[in-house]
Design a protein around this ligand. Structure first.
Ligand SMILES: Cc1cc2nc3c(=O)[nH]c(=O)nc-3n(C[C@H](O)[C@H](O)[C@H](O)COP(=O)(O)OP(=O)(O)OC[C@H]3O[C@@H](n4cnc5c(N)ncnc54)[C@H](O)[C@@H]3O)c2cc1C
Length: 409
């Protein structure tokens, strides 16, 4: 940046200059981000005092959980060059805007998880729910959870012990799912269970299970250090009778359902972090610009500048990858065909989020460790992304396997 550019950035205000650099997407997408940011701003203070369900309801009031019709393009959001915004891109931009408003990251995570890990991949199954309509989900009246992990482990689905045994014209479900986001408050769970033996690809099935219901109870809840505002808990199944219509797809298609939900989730779950990442970069640049050190501003140090540049690079890379995944899904590419790219995106953005937080923490000094300071550090929440939606170590193994390497988990 030359002296003129430095002067221009200072005239605009440092945060405006940062924003300008980051607004690289099509104008229609940036407008959606801005629109949701504006609409979510009044919720920040309100939801901070709410319990999770009340805050969820407030978010649903932004209409962010309502999926557009298949293949819909929003003409109202068309760019000046005629470029229209697909529904998945629109959802991602909405999530980014809500995060950018400063809505609690845990809420943003839960929102993104439901949208991209359940609503989009399971939209057919969810539209045929007896007694409930997609509008109930869109209105926030029905909250979903994705119940895969068990106490014995999450990475290896074939280690699951939960079983669904044929019972008349339906199934009887037995077992437990643990460490499930939103389990303590959810109304409907996507539950994976064994309907066959061993490690056959057809040994698992997926079900939609109302919570609570006869034989389905909530077990332990878990306080966590990452994303602490989102409840996490356990679901217990004791001879829970499920009608045949609770089955998602065919019996034995659980692994295929999981491949779809996890590919969607890996492609886009980190979209929840875009808002918090942008806020973190803005705060850090403002701090480096103001803080006086060694009789000059802190941002005059090359080492400080390099950290800030690395943060901007991480954010730019993350944003580019996430919107590319949304565009591919909008173009109709089946999620399962995007499995490798989705894994790479999840690995890359989660690790960039951790790296950005490390830089921000270093530059904030002691203030990073004071909860009331304007520069608090939360390393736990970014670090948790290395584990959920598939631990990054295992995702790396999967990517290498897709290259044809003879590597197994
Ligand atoms: C914030 C958060 C939200 C979550 N939400 C949900 C949810 O909504 N629903 C749900 O079902 N689960 C959820 N989980 C659980 C999550 O899916 C599991 O934690 C995850 O699948 C890993 O399982 P595990 O914790 O048992 O780790 P393990 O399976 O014990 O693996 C731990 C580590 O061991 C190493 N490892 C193990 N085996 C191998 C191998 N073969 N090759 C290389 N490395 C290996 C890796 O480093 C791996 O990270 C959530 C977790 C978190 C942190």
């Amino acid at each position: 940046m030359g002296r003129g550019a430095v002067r221009a950035a200072r005239d605009q205000g440092v945060s405006a200059a940062v924003e300008r650099l980051l607004r690289g997407g099509p104008a229609a997408v940036e407008r959606i981000v801005d629109d949701y940011r504006e609409r979510a701003l009044p919720l920040v203070a309100r939801t901070a005092a709410d319990d999770f369900r009340a805050a969820w309801q407030a978010l649903a009031g932004l209409d962010v959980l309502r999926l557009p019709a298949d293949g819909a393009r929003d003409g109202a959001q068309a760019d000046t060059d005629g470029c229209a915004v697909g529904p998945v891109t629109r959802s991602l931009a909405a999530v980014e805007g809500i995060g950018l408003a400063g809505v609690d990251p845990g809420l943003c995570y839960a929102l993104t998880s439901q949208l991209v890990g359940m609503q989009y991949p399971l939209r057919d199954a969810l539209s045929g729910l007896p007694g409930r309509t997609p509008a109930d989900i869109a209105d926030g009246a029905v909250l979903l959870c994705h119940a895969l992990t068990e106490r014995g482990g999450g990475s290896d689905p074939f280690s699951m012990r939960t079983t669904a045994r044929r019972d008349g014209d339906g199934y009887a479900l037995d077992g437990a799912k643990t460490f499930v986001t939103a389990a303590p408050v959810a109304d409907l769970a996507v539950v994976f269970a064994r309907t066959g033996a061993g490690r056959s690809p057809f040994a698992l099935s997926a079900f939609l299970v109302p919570v609570p219901s006869p034989g389905v109870t909530r077990g332990e809840t878990f306080d966590k250090t990452a994303l602490p505002t989102v409840p996490m808990g356990e679901l217990l199944f004791d001879q829970a009778r499920l009608p045949a219509c609770a089955l998602i797809g065919e019996e034995g298609s659980g692994l295929a359902v999981m491949a779809s939900t996890t590919a969607w989730e890996r492609a886009l779950i980190m979209g929840y972090a875009l808002g918090p990442m942008r806020l973190m970069l803005r705060r850090t640049v403002e701090w480096a610009d103001q803080r006086e050190h060694f009789e000059r501003r802190m941002g005059a140090s090359h080492q400080v500048a390099a950290r800030v540049s690395d943060m901007a690079m991480a954010l730019h890379r993350s944003r580019t990858q996430l919107y590319a995944m949304a565009a591919a899904l909008d173009a109709g590419t089946p999620a399962r065909q995007l499995a490798a790219e989705a894994s790479l995106t999840k690995i890359s953005v989660s690790e960039d989020y951790v790296r950005m937080t490390e830089h921000a923490t270093a530059l904030s000094g002691v203030r990073a460790f004071l909860p009331g300071s304007p520069l608090p550090a939360d390393l736990h929440s970014p670090m948790a992304a290395l584990t959920y939606a598939g631990p990054n170590d295992l995702l790396r193994v999967g990517v290498a396997r897709q290259f044809g390497l003879p590597v197994e988990n």
